[in-house]
Design a protein around this ligand. Structure first.
Ligand code: UDP
Ligand code: MG
Length: 323
């Protein structure tokens, strides 16, 4: 009996990507043609797009059985889209790639060869220079990586892309982590396995705009910290202790001054400032605790990460492989 060809699943999260999808699909087909030793499935995740993304994906799926899609009932975010893709993939290897062609799909062959011949479980890409991103975004990203490197035990590679190719074993390990507040870059690192990092030059986004504005990126950065570090809580405890110590020393100084010089009570304005300052610090750390608590709250509710409205199986007249 002929040996079954191994399968590679390509997961593509898409949110309003109508402008780039035709070019991406063309590139993916080229990769599949060149890597004839494998069979392919292209899993497009339509993350609640409001443009023609779904329509375009459907036209691909009609003509090409390798094309599968999962269309969400609304926008659930890229993390949910990536999870849905991994969860529904059937391949022996799975890769995740953004739709905008900032990463070149032609890298997939090299990534696969590294896994096959060099024994890696995962090949991931990072870049030292994001051509597309503003100086401000690059600056904050750099600061964030320095910070997370110091406060988290999880190794984070600066400039890491989400573009990576993994073995089924690694994908299953990631799927085992069903947490609601997902920060995949951390989870990829958390599961361990042997990862080869390749430095690449990224391209400019082919068309359309980045789907991450400053507020979304800030939330994402915060997600990473809250998911992989408890340092802010430790810091709160440390500051609390420090303030107690300062207050204790101040009390001793005041008592001594009063006993020696018989000083009347003075300094009300400074006292007011101290009260405002300390209550500000307290509120800030209440906020920090609140953020962790809100994450726990969201976890215990066990809401689904995404809700599917439609998949390729809802199309008439096409038979697909079952999981
Ligand atoms: N994306 C998504 N859901 C979202 C936001 C983005 O599926 O809510 C997808 C998007 O379509 C793209 C990938 O995630 O394929 C990365 O997004 P983008 O290129 O806008 O991010 P950037 O490169 O600016 O970080
Ligand atoms: Mg992009």
């Amino acid at each position: 009996m002929a040996k079954r060809k191994e399968k590679l699943s390509i997961v593509i999260p898409c949110y309003n990507e109508e402008e780039v999808l035709p070019a991406l699909y063309k590139e993916l087909k080229k990769v599949a043609k060149e890597m004839s030793m494998l069979t392919f499935e292209f899993i497009f995740i339509n993350d609640g797009s409001q443009d023609k993304t779904l329509k375009i994906i459907k036209t691909f799926a009609k003509k090409d059985k390798r094309v599968r899609f999962i269309s969400f009932s609304r926008n659930f975010g890229k993390e949910a889209a990536m999870y849905a893709g991994l969860e529904n993939s059937l391949g022996d290897y799975v890769t995740i790639i953004d739709a905008d062609l900032q990463d070149s799909p032609s890298m997939i062959e090299e990534m696969y060869t590294s896994i096959k011949n060099e024994g890696y479980d995962c090949v991931a890409l990072y870049t030292k220079n994001h051509k597309d991103y503003s100086l401000l975004r690059k600056f904050f990203t750099k600061c964030w990586y320095i910070l997370i490197g110091k406060i988290s035990s999880i190794k984070q590679v600066p400039g890491a892309r989400d573009f990576r190719l993994m073995t089924r074993r690694m994908v299953d390990a990631i799927l085992e982590m069903k947490e609601y507040n997902r920060y995949s870059k951390g989870l990829f690192s958390f599961v361990g396995f042997n990862t080869k990092w390749i430095n690449v030059e990224t391209n400019k986004r082919m068309a359309g705009k980045s789907k991450f504005n400053f507020f979304k990126l800030f939330k994402y950065a915060l997600e990473g910290i809250l998911a992989f570090s408890t340092a802010p809580l430790m810091f709160a405890a440390f500051i609390g202790l420090l303030f107690c110590l300062i207050a204790f020393i101040a009390i001793i100084v005041i008592i001594a001054k009063t006993l020696i010089f018989g000083d009347p009570a003075t300094g009300w304005p400074s006292l007011a400032c101290i009260i405002i300052f300390t209550s500000g610090v307290q509120l800030f750390f209440f906020g920090v605790m609140g953020m962790y608590l809100s994450k726990v709250y969201l976890e215990v509710k066990r809401r689904p990460l995404y809700i599917v409205k439609e998949t390729e199986k809802d199309q008439k007249g096409v038979e697909y492989e079952k999981k």
